[in-house]
Design a protein around this ligand. Structure first.
Ligand SMILES: NC(=O)c1ccc[n+]([C@@H]2O[C@H](COP(=O)([O-])OP(=O)(O)OC[C@H]3O[C@@H](n4cnc5c(N)ncnc54)[C@H](OP(=O)(O)O)[C@@H]3O)[C@@H](O)[C@H]2O)c1
Length: 249
């Protein structure tokens, strides 16, 4: 059964990883999907890869004007917004003593400022019964060396979920987060760590996951679909961990 027939969904950071897996799943469930990314080349490559009714929008998640353009283009093409999945994000690590202002601003602009201002732009257009889903991280509740800036950026989103949920409940707009543990996606090849450091980090993290493995983008997409659909009609203000038990057991 198709769960998102006639729904319009925006997914930020949908040129790879969980965002792309979610976009494909949403399209297969009948949604009209707006996918964003910062690389025109990656967006162009999706033109022939995707099937269904979709729109590709070049938008830097950290840019307020781009957020405005994204919402305007969505309304122009599809006339409404039902689902907003704020997924775009970056991971970079730095231990205390090596944190630079550049690293901090880069992470916070993309992971926190961008999503909050995208909600700000989208809210007037969100349908009654609509839903917003943030992509947080296990690191918002679990301390890991080098992850203070990234982890705190995701904790900021977790907090924003509660306030937006309170604000938007009177319009029957649900606001939630999914909180992934370590997931096999291209994010790992985009960090500021060497391959050796990534290997060490991955090994250390895997050892902390009761299910003993990295998760898959598809496993995140399945959870986002649940959160976005009417199956989750009485769920708001919360965060669903999809982390193999890492922060739970
Ligand atoms: N993978 C994990 O283990 C893990 C765990 C917990 C949480 N998360 C969160 O999950 C989300 C998705 O990450 P992923 O693992 O699927 O990684 P990914 O494959 O790198 O996907 C991230 C997406 O966001 C895009 N993006 C990054 N910065 C952007 C910007 N400034 N403007 C527009 N788009 C931007 C990326 O585009 P480019 O290709 O151009 O970079 C890509 O399409 C992130 O918020 C991440 O923090 C990941």
């Amino acid at each position: 059964m198709k769960k998102l027939e006639n729904k319009v969904a925006i997914i930020t950071g949908a040129t790879s990883g969980m965002g792309l897996d979610t976009a494909k799943l949403f399209l297969s469930h009948g949604a009209k999907v707006v996918l964003t990314g910062r690389s025109q080349e990656k967006l162009d490559a999706l033109q022939n890869e995707l099937e269904g009714d979709f729109l590709l929008v070049k938008a830097d998640a950290a840019s307020l004007p781009d957020s405005k353009t994204l919402i305007n283009q969505t309304i122009e093409k599809f006339g409404k917004i039902d689902i907003l999945f704020l997924n775009a994000g970056i991971f970079k690590a730095a231990p205390a003593g090596q944190i630079t202002e550049e690293l901090f601003d880069n992470i916070y602009n993309i992971n926190v400022k961008g999503p909050i201002f995208t909600v700000n732009e989208a809210v007037p257009h969100l349908n009654q019964g609509g839903t917003i889903i943030f992509n947080t991280s296990v690191s918002n509740v679990k301390g890991m060396p080098g992850v203070s800036v990234y982890g705190s950026s995701k904790a900021a989103l977790r907090s924003a979920v509660r306030s937006f949920a309170a604000e938007l409940a009177p319009r029957n707009i649900r606001v939630n987060a999914i909180s992934p543990g370590p997931i096999e996606t291209p994010i790992w090849s985009k960090t500021n760590l060497t391959e050796e450091q990534i290997g060490g980090f991955a090994e250390g993290v895997s050892g902390q996951v009761p299910l003993g493995r990295f998760g898959k983008g598809q496993e995140i997409a399945n959870t986002v679909l649940f959160m976005a659909s009417d199956d989750a009609s009485y769920i708001t203000g919360t965060e669903i961990p999809v982390d193999g038990g890492m922060a739970q057991v």
